[in-house]
Design a protein around this ligand. Structure first.
Ligand code: PEP
Length: 251
């Protein structure tokens, strides 16, 4: 059985004070959460403040990115050790915005994934096609390429610690959601790829989140699909009520 995993990607939003305000609201709304893993991923400058507030609660902390080197002259970058030291357990890797605006490709995502796993972080690896690729009938091919690229050279034991987030780029921040059936069939395709790369058992057990305009209205339907194990939520994770309702999806 795969435990549902709901994560909020706050992107470049919220100062530390604003982040603390949102976390306090979330803690109150999510106090009785059971049987689901919940993570919030604030921007780097907010991690320490948020970590303090969520200590001892069910909320877990994630970062939105990291670099693949341990330390050194990499101005502006943040290492896995720095994230761990501040209390992060998860890290989002290969988000489509990183791929589109910051030149991340499969090779970079693979290096980051290897480092995150070696350091003991829980990586959330984002994969997904852009609109032109979907319209050209290449969505499955692109997603398979992202999965194979990210997992290259990674052992089955390590791969088992990864969460994949399927995020069709055309659905991110646009209000357009993939239909539950379309999302589910891509998740099934990802399991097929993982089964070929590793084993049917790994493919069955690995958690795959859906991301792309998930909100408090569409979450229940998405979570009823057999291959959807959770959500990576952008915009709707910035308001306590909507994220709490997403976490409390009705199966
Ligand atoms: C995301 O950034 O991971 C995301 C899915 O954003 P949104 O929910 O706003 O579409």
């Amino acid at each position: 059985m795969r435990k549902p995993f709901l994560a909020g990607n706050w992107k470049m939003n919220k100062t530390a004070a604003e982040a603390q305000g949102l976390v306090k609201e979330l803690l109150a709304l999510l106090a009785d959460t059971q049987d689901r893993d919940v993570a919030i991923c604030p921007a780097f400058p907010c991690l320490a403040a948020v970590a303090q507030l969520i200590q001892g609660s069910k909320l877990r902390l994630g970062a939105q990115n990291m670099y693949f080197e341990d330390s050194g002259a990499y101005t502006g970058e943040v290492s896995a050790d720095m994230l761990l030291a501040v209390g992060a357990e998860y890290v989002i890797l290969g988000h489509s915005e990183r791929r589109a605006y910051f030149g991340e490709n499969n090779e970079i995502v693979n290096k980051k994934l290897k480092k995150a796993l070696a350091k003991g972080l829980g990586p959330i690896v984002c994969v997904g096609e852009v609109l032109e690729e979907r319209e050209a009938g290449k969505a499955e091919f692109v997603v398979e390429d992202h999965v194979r690229g990210a997992f290259a050279g990674i052992s089955e034991a390590e791969a088992a610690r990864v969460t994949i987030a399927y995020e069709p780029v055309w659905a991110i921040g646009t209000g357009k959601t993939a239909t539950p059936n379309d999302a589910d069939s891509m998740h099934a395709h990802i399991r097929k790829v993982l089964s070929a790369l590793y084993s049917p058992a790994l493919a069955e057990n690995l958690r795959i989140q859906y991301g792309g305009s998930v909100n408090d209205k569409n979450i229940d339907e998405l979570m009823r699909m057999p291959n959807i194990d959770g959500a990576l939520v952008g915009g709707a994770s910035l308001k306590a009520e909507s994220f709490a309702r997403i976490v409390k999806f009705i199966p």
